[in-house]
Design a protein around this ligand. Structure first.
Ligand code: CP
Length: 331
């Protein structure tokens, strides 16, 4: 990975997180993640009038795959920060004429854009961008294929930290469409690194060996009562070419989903998470989406604050560019 993919955490008395890019949880040190969680909660708990400002900095959001939460919460975060937001519509852009992603970003850079937030169906699309010596823009990954969803991970770990105040020893199950889930890929590595005890659940055909190093594949029913966090994943029908999708939908809920009966078996302190969008009555019973244990809408709210913290850290990195190179530490 290029030298640009580095970070620094300045000092305790001048606590600033500085990032060049934000593309994968695997590129962030644990102390940077902890600092980002704290900064996210700090921003959440400050009056709107006191939000940090990075006015005059241009940012463009390139969402090449559908998104509601990530796209809109980045937009709101950017506006709260006073940034100049250049929206990009891929359906009317020259991407349709075959222009590459790198040339598109180079064009935005020529127009003065400093940060691009990108969602793409292509795994690791960001590597070609951050390795391109002609590009000086900062790249924020809004989700790549089945690869990574690092801003979702930051909002998820923030939501867990806000609830429990620690990670070590928390029993967390990630359940569902594991092989297709960029949320599961980025969360598994990060939660394991933060000290959580991880279980993976769901159809065996959707499990992949890459999770073995982070936890244990089990039946949800075998660990349900012990869990602190049940993190459900969306069944990604669009990434399955399963002709029996309707049948799967009918059987999934009772075999692997969170039914009302299963919810009643969960421990008192246990919470339910889901990155959304939710397939109601598939991963989770319709009646449980907003139940007392559910943190699904809190996750979305925390997403806006997490994205403010990320963009602020990127701006710090750009402002301190020379120092970032001098002080940075490779994870
Ligand atoms: N959780 C999430 O990434 O949702 P969107 O696809 O709506 O952005």
């Amino acid at each position: 990975m290029a030298v640009k993919e580095q970070w620094t955490y300045i000092t305790e008395d001048q606590p600033k997180i500085a990032l060049n890019h934000f593309v994968s949880t695997e590129h962030l040190s644990t102390s940077t993640v902890e600092a980002l969680i704290k900064r996210t909660l700090q921003i959440k708990n400050m009056p709107t009038a006191d939000y940090p400002k990075i006015s005059g900095s241009w940012v463009s959001n390139l969402f090449l795959e559908p998104s509601t939460r990530t796209h809109l919460s980045f937009q709101v975060a950017e506006r709260h920060l006073g940034m100049e937001v250049l929206e990009f519509d891929p359906s009317t852009s020259s991407l349709k004429k075959g222009e590459t992603m790198s040339d598109t970003v180079l064009t935005l850079q020529a127009l003065g854009v400093e940060t691009v937030v990108i969602r793409s169906g292509e795994d690791k699309y960001y590597e070609a961008l951050i390795d391109n010596k002609d590009l000086t823009v900062s790249v924020v990954n809004g989700g790549d294929g089945s690869g990574q969803h690092p801003s979702q991970s930051l909002l998820d770990v923030t939501t867990i930290y806000e609830e429990f105040g620690y990670f070590k020893g928390l029993k967390i199950a990630i359940s569902g469409d594991l092989s297709h889930s960029r949320v599961a890929h980025s969360n598994a590595e990060l939660l394991w690194r933060l000290g959580a005890e991880l279980y993976f659940c769901g159809p065996e055909a959707w499990y992949e060996e890459s999770y073995d190093k982070y936890g244990t594949f089990v039946e949800l029913d075998d660990v349900l009562e012990e869990l602190d966090v049940l993190m459900l994943l969306r069944v990604q029908h669009e990434r399955h070419d399963d002709p029996n999708a309707e049948l799967l939908k009918e059987t999934y809920h009772y075999r692997h989903g969170l039914t009302e009966d299963r919810e009643r078996r969960m421990a008192d302190q246990a919470i339910i998470m889901h990155p959304a969008p939710v397939n109601r009555d598939v991963e989770i019973a319709d009646s449980l989406v907003t139940c007392e244990r559910s943190r699904i809408y809190r996750q979305m709210q925390n997403g806006m604050f997490a994205r403010m913290a990320i963009l602020e850290a990127i701006q710090n990195g750009r402002g301190l560019k020379e120092n970032v190179y001098a002080l940075s530490e490779k994870y």
